[in-house]
Design a protein around this ligand. Sequence first.
Ligand SMILES: [Zn+2]
Length: 300
Amino acid sequence: MRASATLDWLGCATFRLTLGELVVYLDAYVDRVPAAPPVGVTTADIERADWILVGHSHFDHLWGAETIARNTGATIVGSYETVRVMEQHGVPISQLVPVAGGERVRLSPDVTASVFPSQHSCVWSQTKMTAVDEVCVGDLRVTHQEQQARFARLVEWFATLDQDVQAHLAASYQGARGDGGALVFLVDSPQGSLFYQDTSGHWSGILRNLRPDVAVLATAGRGNVDGEPVQGTLAGFVAREADLLRPRRVFLSHHDDWLPGFSTAVDVGPVRAALGVQAPGVELVETGYLAGYPLFQHLV
Ligand SMILES: [Zn+2]
């Protein structure tokens, strides 16, 4: 009998993938501001984890990985920046696997995680996140330095958010220098394959050569297509990714109100409509937190 495969959403872009006895965290950001909807678990509660695959080194993905690694002995797979930050936070080198894309990491005798380079969403192009069906155009060919300057203005804007957010930003500050280079993962198991993405960006040439059974697609901010901001809507961006990947089933990530004042709870309706046009036949699954969704059920 094939071992079970379940996916639990833990808010923002964090998931727990359970493949039989194997427990894999996808990102590690679970401890949130009081105003964010409660996930139902904190990093301190997590007793079992074998691996933590981290998409990039921003706090809303990486913060908590050091706690989970310490409490469970899990090994963290992430960018060299993620590994640098985790080492500074006391995670032993023996529990850190730095990757840059191109690696296939064995997670168990019959499960591997392939790592691919990716892109971060164009977080520099916005302050408060726009609606999923808002058409955004322009901001093309903006240099790295100008993007950095605009990102600095976003950081200043963050300082105008309320006291709870300020306290959270201070507590979760890990000293990461930027996003560390975004990564995506393709987990291959006897039960099926899962593509995981934690920020709305991609290299289209990479996505179109992957054929996962199920894809987790980040749905927040301004999409990044091969280094340039998407010309159109976020919903259209996600649908285009589904068209490139051709999964049978899609979960969204990063789409809840994880940092009220900055984030917005994404209206899934326009995403569903865009998928219906661009990637018909792909099933869009909406779950709450900790739903233990049977990941590959009825697919294979
Ligand atoms: Zn980020």
